[in-house]
Write a protein that binds this ligand. Structure first.
Ligand SMILES: [Zn+2]
Length: 251
């Protein structure tokens, strides 16, 4: 049975801001890197400054990205991604702000105009000098054979378009997310511990203005005790969201 309160909020809302984290992608086979068996228990992060300064750091970075790319390129959107597309088609979504870099919202069909990938994306490679973008596969194939970090035709360093440790978020992404928070009539945070800022501040921009705020996550979040939380559902997003969306869109 879909959660009744969640279904009712989805039914009456017409301008929903969705904020998603790792819990939305785990059902697609993407591990939570910050979790107990995540990659950070085995590797250290390569900071952006190091990446720019050292070929050795770039090899380490590309080696790490090669490992995750092999998971990403096989991953497919799951029913939670698809439920958000169904809400969009019903003209109920004002923005999908995601912390995920796996590109699965876009792959599911979320419109680029509504999607804000605050931590960037691993689905594109970006030149750090001329900012040209290209498809990842050829670069990963070349790196796996040569172990030489790829470069752009302009000579610039190539890097997956994910925001690295020590690298600022894009100002335009934060502006789009904040603008969506100001016009939303419902905020739903899905599969995020809401512990990574500034992404976690986006729902609070709306909630502190009185916008209803729903959190769906398996395990605790940093906003659980926040006075503006309207509804808190603990469990797997893929189990909770799709049936509620289906019910809400049924006439
Ligand atoms: Zn370039």
């Amino acid at each position: 049975m879909p959660d009744r309160a969640l279904t009712d909020w989805l039914r009456v809302s017409t301008s929903i801001l969705v904020v998603t984290g790792a819990g939305v992608s785990t059902a697609s086979g993407i591990p939570d890197y910050r979790g107990p068996s995540g990659v950070w228990t085995r590797r250290r992060p390569v900071y952006y400054e190091e990446f720019l300064a050292s070929e050795e750091a770039r090899v380490e970075y590309w080696d790490f990205k090669l490992e995750t790319w092999n998971q990403y390129r096989q991953a497919r959107p799951n029913p939670a991604h698809q439920a958000l597309v169904a809400l969009e088609r019903a003209q109920k979504i004002t923005a999908v702000v995601t912390q995920n870099v796996d590109g699965l919202h876009r792959a599911a069909g979320t419109s680029p105009e509504l999607l804000v990938e605050v931590h960037g994306t691993d689905r594109l490679i970006e030149c750090q000098r001329c900012h040209a973008t290209s498809e990842p596969d050829p670069h990963f194939d070349a790196f796996s054979q040569t172990r030489i970090p790829p470069r752009c035709q302009c000579g610039g360093l190539l890097k997956p378009a994910t925001i690295s440790f020590g690298q600022s978020l894009r100002a335009s992404d934060l502006e789009r997310a904040t603008a969506a928070a100001l016009r939303a009539d419902l905020v739903i945070a899905l599969g995020s511990t809401l512990s990574v800022y500034p992404a976690a501040s986006i729902p609070l921009v709306a909630a502190t203005r009185g916008t209803p705020y729903i959190i769906v996550n398996q395990g605790p979040t940093d906003h659980d005790a926040h006075p503006s939380v309207t509804l808190r559902l603990d469990g797997d997003v893929v189990a909770i969201l799709p049936p509620a969306v289906e019910q809400a869109l049924r006439h």
